[in-house]
Design a protein around this ligand. Structure first.
Ligand code: PMP
Length: 403
């Protein structure tokens, strides 16, 4: 026998970060003063590493709704939705969310990760899953947990997706899995291409709208609405941890599919339900998303400023106009040096290393929110320019699957 713990060594690229100040993960935020800022290491910095795109996580209305629910219903439900953890508040959120997304039904779960994992119950032994290479880890984990065969197509490559669809046998059910707005690259999926191919072959489309629900489309319903293709999507998953400013997730789709998931999705059946405070905060966020389109506009205009500034610096940024962009600045060590440089300049960004991005790649991810003013975005750009100059790195973009 060998000790099963012998495998517990840090990945090489993490071990290489022993130099003080270069380790970019698990950095504790000490205070969240709002206004697009955070306090880390006793210092106020610009928060360019959050997906709180509409800046709702410190909105007083979410705090009030969450606090009131906490006081009335308690700090947790101590049970799964199926047995003893369903609140009338969950059911209200499901009704309102389904109506908002234009879907017959929705099931609320405790995280966006679980919303995607729940899909594994749909993936039977005679099904094939065709997933975009940049699809989120949670979709891939659902594929692993399910019984279907998984095949990947190159990012947004419709020719390859078409070829894989051609290969599916007449007895096989096919799902296409993709993200609306990709979590790392910030680009959009080619939903028009996918919709056409899926309709031609009778495949079902699963869209992870974690980053785009609340942000894109005239009504904030996400990438499907942005493209005017809501009906081409069969199942949509969302998270409440980004635009909704709290925690939780949901799967939305045809009623019989959602009812089936309620009774078969182990990620929901065997885990405690979303606490009252988060459920009430998500409802408050939904109300704001429906009634305050100016928040989306503010986030997208900060995004435009960030993107055009980076392009002017020579970074190759794909079109998409979303608030998240990733920069290729070299290998893992170079990316961590870049991250540390930005932090020294007062900007907190993200470093993306495998498994969040493909093996061998490393990225710096920057995100802006509705709270960032033009002056703050310009400060982020100045920091990027300073660090780029100091470290002598060039432009580039990348993609992958965010943690
Ligand atoms: N899907 C995507 C595309 C994501 O980026 C994330 C979060 N990083 C999730 C799902 C999981 O959401 P949550 O954080 O609510 O678990």
């Amino acid at each position: 026998m060998t000790d099963p713990f012998v495998k517990c060594r840090l990945p090489q690229e993490i071990e290489a970060l022993a130099e003080p100040g270069l380790y970019p993960f698990y950095l504790p935020v000490e205070e969240r003063p709002g206004g697009g800022e955070a306090v880390v290491e006793g210092r106020r910095v610009l928060m360019a590493g959050s997906n709180d795109y509409l800046a709702l996580s410190d909105d007083p209305r979410l705090k009030e709704a969450g606090t009131a629910a906490l006081c009335r219903l308690g700090s947790g439900n101590s049970g799964s939705r199926a047995l003893n953890g369903t609140l009338a508040l969950h059911q209200r959120l499901e009704r309102e969310l389904a109506e908002f997304l234009g879907r017959p039904a929705a099931m609320v779960v405790s995280t966006g990760y679980q919303a995607n994992l729940a899909l594994s119950a749909l993936f039977g032994p005679r099904d094939v899953l065709l997933a975009d290479r940049h699809a989120h880890a949670s979709l891939l984990d659902a594929a692993r947990l399910g019984q279907a065969r998984l095949r990947r197509f190159r990012h947004n490559d419709m020719a390859q997706l078409g070829a894989l669809l051609e290969e599916a046998g007449p007895e096989e059910g096919v799902f296409v899995l993709t993200e609306g707005m990709f979590s790392v690259g910030g680009d959009l999926c080619d939903l028009p291409g996918i919709a056409k191919l899926a309709a031609r072959h009778g495949a079902r489309v699963v869209l992870d709208s974690a980053h785009d629900a609340g942000l894109l489309g005239a009504g904030g319903r996400g990438a499907a609405e942005h493209y005017g293709l809501g009906a081409a999507v069969d199942v949509q998953t969302v998270t409440f941890s980004k635009c909704f400013g709290t925690l939780g997730g949901a799967v939305a789709g045809p009623r019989h599919v959602i009812d089936y998931l309620r009774h078969t999705a182990r990620a929901a059946l065997f885990s405690a339900s979303l606490p009252p405070s988060c459920t009430a905060a998500a409802l408050a966020a939904l109300d704001i998303i429906r009634t305050e389109p100016q928040r989306r506009r503010a986030a997208l205009s900060a995004a435009e400023r960030l993107r055009s500034g980076l392009v002017a610096m020579g970074f190759a940024i794909p079109p998409g106009g979303t608030p998240t962009v990733s920069l290729r600045v070299g290998d893992a060590l170079a990316a961590c040096r870049f991250w540390a440089g930005l932090l020294a300049e007062g900007v907190l960004a993200n470093v993306m290393l495998p498994p969040g991005v493909p093996e061998g790649s490393a990225l710096i991810r920057l995100s802006v929110t509705a709270a960032h003013t033009s002056t703050q975005v310009d400060r982020m750009l100045e920091a990027v320019a300073t660090v780029t100059r100091r470290l002598g790195v060039g432009g580039g973009v990348g993609g992958g699957s965010a943690p």
